[in-house]
Design a protein around this ligand. Structure first.
Ligand SMILES: Nc1ncnc2c1ncn2[C@@H]1O[C@H](COP(=O)(O)OP(=O)(O)OP(=O)(O)O)[C@@H](O)[C@H]1O
Length: 711
């Protein structure tokens, strides 16, 4: 049976022809001599391997036939109306680029070749981007293998926008390299990242071309289709499904490589960290169907999205609902802790003792999140407000008391408090402990555990039992996890090959305080890499998003300054920023922007409004409804099809929309007084998180971003 190798260009099909293309390719993949396919060579074609095939009366596929590995292969170049297809088929040629070993389509140019002694183009008079970044034409041509004509155009492109426009015209490795050059990466670094390697000159036999198609960077543009199901997925989702098929060579490396211990993959918003995790989980599950793979993230909503992504990628992968069973178990990290506690049933006494210092039965409920406030109010503490507030206490509890299993005042007086910032003398420590003891006593009375306690008890239980319910743990949104979460993840899986794979982005920490997993038995040293190409956001929106982070000091999970230097391969309009004076004006502005986008013909569910809090969310939904827009507040459920979703910025994490209307709002007086009472270190951290939240929100926009601010 012939193998189909799908080109990215061919997967971008008009809806009207998709069904027929699918039928054609299915038939071709079964028997290329089947009736009606008309797989034929073309007279006077530049490449003797070129074939056309009949998709229907008026459409033809253009393909290259390669014989090698004991089979026939068809590289699908594209599908066009009959006459266009014939013209394309006559002029295209598939070859191996000798400089970088990658497959390359050349087009024979209809115009006559220039005379032999054409002078090389004079150096451009005006400043152009690539030379100003130190790139030389020779780097592009001789180091990276960019075809000369494209290299000339690139060297003359005035600015980033012009280079990106050129990159957009060249799908695959050429476009990807141009984006990296525009970002200022040295040619050698690009060659390494793309895993380029010279090929023997003039080796263009079928076997050589097949070999080149298997190179990692060829995966940006070509995919070997394994079966009909995969074919359907490529064709049906077109560009939206590209992540499932056309991985960047770096992404592929992190998907496939095996690591001897915990590995950390960082990367800015939209660089495909979640995509790598999903592919990696699938790869492990396919290779080892008997293994127990846990795929976890910060919230249940994010876990739902990852589970959906895994189903879309490969519905054959078994997603188990039971922790400890073979297959992929996808859950938010707190749900994971709850599952461990549930499975332990009555057997939790020892773990409770270990963490809380008292033997308690299995938890009956979740501690109310007002408990810290109530404890402060009811104990009449003498502590200053910088310490007697729920932010400080919850952090102190989560970062010092729980992970170090402190049971009493004596233990707390001795405790080390690395990274906590706020200094505490002995008297203050004693007073803080009194509040913690009161908090614990009340939770004991009502039989409740809070989220961090639950994770700590679950971790202690697994550690005591020596049970390891997972063989591989893959973690998304690592920047948001608490110390107890890390202890739980460490306890889920034995130390060893591919035990933990952690995706994170310190710029997107919007929940807890910064944590160093190395302090909880997760040693990453020497096993960290970064993704830099943003697939989601246009260069214009990315620039705006990054500007929101300026001035903030971000530190990663290994205590190094967080890097920037992200780039995007896509272009679009500059974000619109509108400042308004009041809530009424704000609602009016939002409704106006949404109406304008929907009236332009956008599907309502591709336009989202992101707001600071639930109060805003409900006001915006009402305002939109009054303006005749079918809008819906999104909370725990998935965004509704056919309606404009309105989400808080926190809820928007992990989502993306073609257009985002971002309502920045103004901090409420409550919020301001809450910030005011914090110690300076915690206030600085809260401000950093607020910046990150706006960055997260702004980077949810794929194409168009409108920001409504308050004066
Ligand atoms: N190789 C690829 N080809 C095409 N699209 C891709 C590729 N990799 C990722 N994408 C797309 O980029 C977008 C962002 O991917 P993903 O959600 O994995 O990024 P992320 O780094 O986890 O983002 P965030 O941190 O903002 O949540 C998605 O729409 C995804 O489909």
């Amino acid at each position: 049976m012939p193998t189909i190798i799908m080109g990215k260009l061919a997967s971008k099909l008009d809806g009207s022809i998709r069904g027929k293309a699918m039928a054609f390719l299915q038939k071709l993949g079964t028997d290329d001599t089947a009736n009606g396919l008309h797989v034929e060579p073309i007279q006077q074609s530049a490449d003797p391997r070129v074939r056309t095939g009949r998709v229907d009366d008026s459409w033809r596929a253009v393909m290259f036939r390669l014989d090698g590995d004991g089979e026939t292969h068809y590289v699908i170049h594209g599908i066009w109306p009959h006459d266009d297809a014939i013209a394309v088929a006559q002029r295209v040629r598939l070859k191996v680029n000798p400089i970088n070993g990658l497959p390359q389509i050349e087009e024979a140019i209809a115009t006559p070749a220039p005379p032999a002694a054409v002078p090389t183009p004079a150096a451009p008079a005006v400043a152009t981007l690539l030379p100003s970044l130190g790139h030389r034409r020779d780097d592009l041509v001789a180091t990276l293998g960019i075809p000369e004509a494209i290299a000339d155009e690139a060297m003359q492109a005035a600015d980033e926008d012009a280079v990106l426009a050129l990159a957009e015209r060249h799908v695959g490795w050429v476009g990807s390299i141009l984006v990296d050059l525009a970002a200022g990466d040295p040619a050698e670094a690009i060659a390494e990242r793309m895993q380029l390697a010279k090929a023997a000159p003039d080796r263009d036999a079928d076997a050589d071309v097949l070999e080149s198609l298997k190179r990692p960077a060829a995966g940006l543009q070509y995919a070997f289709i394994e079966d009909q199901e995969e074919l359907r997925r490529v064709i049906e989702r077109g560009d939206f499904g590209a992540w499932r098929i056309f991985l960047h060579p770096e992404q592929r490396r992190y998907v496939e490589r095996r690591y001897n211990g915990p590995f950390r993959l960082s990367g800015g918003a939209g660089t495909g960290k979640t995509v790598v995790l999903i592919h990696r989980a699938r790869g492990l599950a396919r290779q080892h169907p008997d293994r127990r793979i846990v795929l976890t993230t910060f919230t249940t909503n994010l876990a739902d999205a990852i589970g959906d992504g895994l189903t879309q990628l490969d519905p054959r992968i078994s997603q188990t609902k039971t922790l400890g069973q073979p297959g992929v178990y996808v859950a938010g990290v707190d749900a994971l802790a709850a599952a461990v506690l549930r499975d332990a049933g009555a057997g939790l006494a020892a773990a409770m003792q270990d963490v809380l210092g008292v033997e308690r039965a299995a938890p009956l409920a979740r501690t109310a999140n007002t408990r810290w406030r109530e404890t402060i109010e009811s104990t009449g503490t003498t502590l200053p407000t910088q310490l007697a507030n729920e932010t400080f206490l919850a952090n102190e509890y989560a970062h010092v008391v729980l992970p170090h299993k402190i049971h009493d005042e004596a233990g707390y007086l001795r405790a080390r408090r690395p990274g906590r910032g706020v200094a505490l003398d002995r008297a203050k420590r004693a007073a803080v402990w009194a509040l913690i003891a009161a908090y614990r006593a009340q939770s004991r009375i009502d039989g409740s555990l809070d989220f961090t306690e639950a994770a700590a008890v679950a971790a202690a239980h697994l550690a005591q039992q020596g049970e390891r319910p997972a063989d591989h743990v893959l973690v998304d949104e690592g920047q948001d996890l608490s110390p107890s979460h890390w202890q739980l993840l460490r306890a889920l899986v034995a130390e060893g090959a591919d035990d933990l794979f952690i995706a994170e982005d310190s710029h997107q920490r919007i929940y807890g305080t910064r944590v160093v997993p190395g302090r909880y038995g997760i040693s990453i040293v020497g096993r960290s890499q970064r993704l830099t190409l943003n697939y989601r956001t246009t260069a214009q929106n990315l620039r705006y998003g990054m500007s929101l982070l300026e001035g903030g000091e971000y530190v990663d999970l290994e205590e190094e300054p967080e890097a920037t230097g992200y780039r995007s391969a896509r272009r679009g309009p500059a974000p619109t920023v509108q400042a308004v004076d009041s809530l009424t004006d704000e609602l009016q502005a939002v409704a106006g922007h949404v109406r304008a986008v929907v009236d332009r013909g956008a599907e309502p569910d591709t336009v989202a409004v992101l707001v600071p809090d639930r109060f805003h969310r409900d006001r915006v939904v009402t305002a939109l409804t009054e303006h005749g827009v079918d809008a819906r507040a999104v909370d725990r459920d998935r965004p509704p099809p056919g309606r404009v979703p309105v989400l808080t910025m926190h809820r928007a994490k992990g989502t993306e929309f073609s257009t985002v209307i971002l309502v920045v709002g103004k901090p409420s007086t409550n919020e301001l007084s809450r910030l005011e009472m914090l110690d300076s270190t915690e206030r600085a951290d809260a401000e950093l998180r607020a910046r990150s939240l706006r960055y997260v929100a702004a980077t949810r926009a794929r194409d168009e971003l409108v920001v409504v601010t308050r004066r």
